[in-house]
Design a protein around this ligand. Sequence first.
Ligand SMILES: [Zn+2]
Length: 481
Amino acid sequence: MSDERRASNPSRRTLIRNASILTMDAEQGDLDRGDLLIEGDTIAAIGRRLDEPADEIVDAAGMILMPGMIDSHRHVWEAIDMGGLVKVRPAPYLPAYQQWKMRTIVSMTPEDHYLAELVGGLQAIDSGVTTVVDYAHGQISEAHTMAAARGLRDAGIGGWFAFQLGVAPSYKPGDTISLAAANRQRIARPTASHWATAERLRSELFHDPSAPLQLAVAPCGNNGTPLDEIRDEWSRIRGMGIQFMPQHIHKPEKPHPPGVMGHRGSGIEDLADAGLLGPDFQAVHANALTAAELALMREAGSMLSATTMAEFPYVLYAQKGAPIHAHARNAGVPAGIGVDVPVSLTSEYFEHVRSAYWTLYLDAGHPGIVADCTSSYVLDFATRLGAQSVRLGHRTGVLAAGKRADLVLLSTRRIGFGMAGSLAERVLTFAGTADVDSVWVAGTARKRHGRMIGVDWDDLKNALTEAQRRIARLAATIQFT
Ligand SMILES: [Zn+2]
């Protein structure tokens, strides 16, 4: 599927009529029977009755129109092995996950990465996600990374391809290596080849600033890295004009020495003192952040992603704290929701949003949480606030004139779809992928009448099954000592 074939026509107009519109925009509110006009990649108008000429009219009577949802953190490449490591037993999960990752990334070809990102991106769209932060930490070479980025771009989704600097395994299938050495190589220091890959991504695939999918970089400097090294790395990333830097943040078990990130708390104060925090920084997971750390992030305009279902091993066993959505929101730090690990968890995005609702109750330290926790409050993390959490609040996340036309149209005909309550209550409680009738990303229809456009799932599934079997065979030949 070429970009050219799928690019939106700048003057094409689609008029969606008679929908129940959940705008997620406080000023606009919900519309009982409303119309929305798409022009090119933008929402041109929204209102009670729009008598505008259009190339296509969609009758949406009885349906719910809502913003395309935002996945603020997902390792899309892991779609290559969906179900390969399900998350039912959290205690051994974390070491099992790292071993699965270390075996799998050296057993995949560039073609496998293209397929994984294409399928992963299509799955996200199918479930109503139009913007994703793809935290790409599974690519071992420039060829693997370029193929992955092409796969995600060809899926037609918006958001960020966030290239992880520093992935550097030295071993391959058939080799024996110490687990400690392999672990260090999962994310080591960035080399000239990592920087060259980042430059090539920018110049070859992400040179158009108006495209829905943009290049981000996930820095490798983290807790345990000297702040001087982090300063050099981040200024080089920023010097490339990169606008978004997501980073996994976990509070260290023991404080690191002065001058090293993680000397205090989760490392945020160290970054702030070094003058490094900024509006391009997104802390991921980061459940142990204190009120003081959140205040520093708000001052800097930084953002946060916590991943609800995926946080459970941290919550229950690693004692890193419950998902931090409510605290972050109260502190004025935009927070989003993410699937995180497609190898382990469903890409049914509404399930993750509902999980945000349940996990908010785990955050016992948040005063007044039960009173705050309405359906709109929870959906906000997946839409308006979610867009802000990935630095795209100016472009997407709500239905309003001038925003990018990222839209989801839900059928409500299924027998289990509740008919009473507000639009937000009905969506949060009942909606699922089976109800996603249509999806537009930047004005281009990707799903209509419950089917993805131009996608042969059977073909893709066959290719995925072949890849899974081959990769598993190779991965099993690696010996960790
Ligand atoms: Zn992650």
